[in-house]
Design a protein around this ligand. Structure first.
Ligand code: ATP
Ligand code: MG
Length: 415
């Protein structure tokens, strides 16, 4: 069967400049001879909403071996990393496109699905999660909607396709995806049917791998409108055992706002620390439960440590804090400090100064000191440490000659 559309399918149009980009054009040209191919998922949704797109996923009637052969024939590089799920990555004009053969679910167990290929676009749509994520676009911007997703997308309504309970039982990650897409694209109250289903099945989140939960949580906290959704997640205990609530949503909002005003997107690990009211013990146990990377854990702990010195009371103290913590933790500490209520009047100026700061280097080395006498070993370490302390206290002003003079003075035999 070749069914392109179900009887209820409806059409829409989208004008997106990237549809005629050289890479995507090359992909369409290469694959169309072996099967219809359309853009699907996030790129379509974001184009409708007028938001930036991250990557372009495509769906096609052609089977993976046909896609691979057609792409290779057209001189497009093919990576077969996801081939067992029907996905190939095509690199055209140095951009990666994921091309997946239309699929339907054969069986699901809450964590993974067994699929089979189909040529029916409405079956492929039905195995996706939310109506706004199941929209297709051909190369001319002509849309295909078999699930009523276009109207939902325009209304920013995140609605499960089909029966919400069943969709969550099939894949428990969809509970968190429901919150993520609401946080990122939703408007108004959450869809009651979806919300009630997530409530009924919230215990199933614990069946998921911690890394997958962590990945979703980190994407929720950086979403534009995460505040209300996070309040709900915390108050209703959706992440008990991982990130227990209730959360300090005010601190979270304050920090996210400060980060955006400082010209950057919210940092997931810092956002999570804010939700936990910057309580280091609570943060540590959440980081354990969610299997944070070493980097993410250190990022938040360093920020919380640096924030205790904020605001710096003088220029030399600013330099000392920068020297102790480094630029990243200093700026993080400033923002965390401000979110915690520290009165930092000249925040933008301090952020700029920190970004321009270059770490000074102690102007003397062990070799320099040995030339003045003494032997390598712990004693030399102490001499260096002492000079570094004096140098720091001088606001890093003392030069090599001064420091060597101080060392000589200290080494003079006392009588
Ligand atoms: P983003 O901009 O965040 O990448 P996206 O919609 O592209 O958003 P992905 O997680 O990249 O999200 O997934 C791509 C598409 O695959 C989704 O739009 C959706 O149609 C489908 N999808 C992904 N994960 C699931 C899932 N767990 N259940 C059902 N469909 C899913
Ligand atoms: Mg995507």
């Amino acid at each position: 069967m070749t069914g392109t559309t179900s009887p209820s399918a409806s059409a829409f149009m989208v004008n997106a400049f990237w549809l005629s980009s050289p890479g995507l054009t090359a992909v369409f040209d290469a694959i169309e001879p072996v099967g219809r191919i359309r853009v699907v998922g996030g790129a379509v949704r974001n184009a409708i909403l007028g938001e930036a797109i991250s990557d372009i996923d495509l769906a096609t009637e052609a089977e993976p071996h046909e896609v691979a052969a057609a792409a290779q024939k057209a001189g497009i590089r093919v990576h077969e990393t996801g081939i067992e799920h029907g996905t190939l990555t095509l690199v055209a004009d140095r951009i990666a496109y994921e091309v997946t053969t239309l699929r339907e679910d054969v069986s699901t167990d809450g964590r993974r699905a067994t699929v089979r290929f189909t040529r029916d676009w409405s079956l492929d749509a039905e195995r996706r999660d939310f109506t706004m994520n199941a929209l297709y676009l051909d190369r001319y911007g002509r849309g295909l909607d078999t699930v009523g997703g276009y109207a939902d997308c325009l209304a920013r309504r995140v609605r499960f396709i089909g029966d919400a309970d069943q969709r969550i039982v099939e894949d428990h990650l969809r509970i968190l995806r429901f919150f993520r897409f609401n946080a990122a694209y939703g408007r108004g109250p959450l869809d009651p049917a979806g919300l009630d289903a997530t409530r009924r099945h919230k215990a199933r989140i614990a069946d998921l791998a911690a890394e997958r939960i962590c990945h979703e949580v980190m994407r929720i906290v950086v979403a534009q409108n995460a505040g209300n959704v996070l309040g709900l997640i915390g108050a209703e205990g959706f992440l008990d055992g991982f990130l227990p609530g209730p959360y300090n949503v005010d601190a979270y909002r304050a920090l996210a706002g400060l980060e955006r005003r400082a010209g950057r997107e919210p940092t997931p690990a810092l956002a999570i620390a804010a939700l936990l009211n910057f309580d280091e013990a609570a943060f540590q146990s959440a980081a354990d439960a969610l299997k944070f990377s070493r980097r993410d854990r250190a990022r938040a702990l360093d920020a919380m440590a640096a924030s205790r010195g904020m605001p710096p009371l003088s220029v030399p103290q600013t330099h000392a804090l920068l020297y102790e913590h480094g630029t990243e933790a200093f700026v993080d500490g400033l923002l965390v400090g401000a979110a915690r209520g520290a009165d930092i009047i000249d925040l933008p100026h301090l952020v700029t100064a920190a970004r321009q700061w270059r770490r000074p280097r102690l102007p003397v080395s062990g070799t320099d000191l040995l030339e003045q006498g003494g032997a390598p070993g712990p004693e030399l370490g102490e001499r260096l440490a002492h000079l570094e302390k004096v140098w720091r206290q001088s606001d890093f002003m003392l030069d090599k000659a001064h420091l060597l003079a101080i060392d000589r003075q200290l080494r003079q035999p006392k009588d």
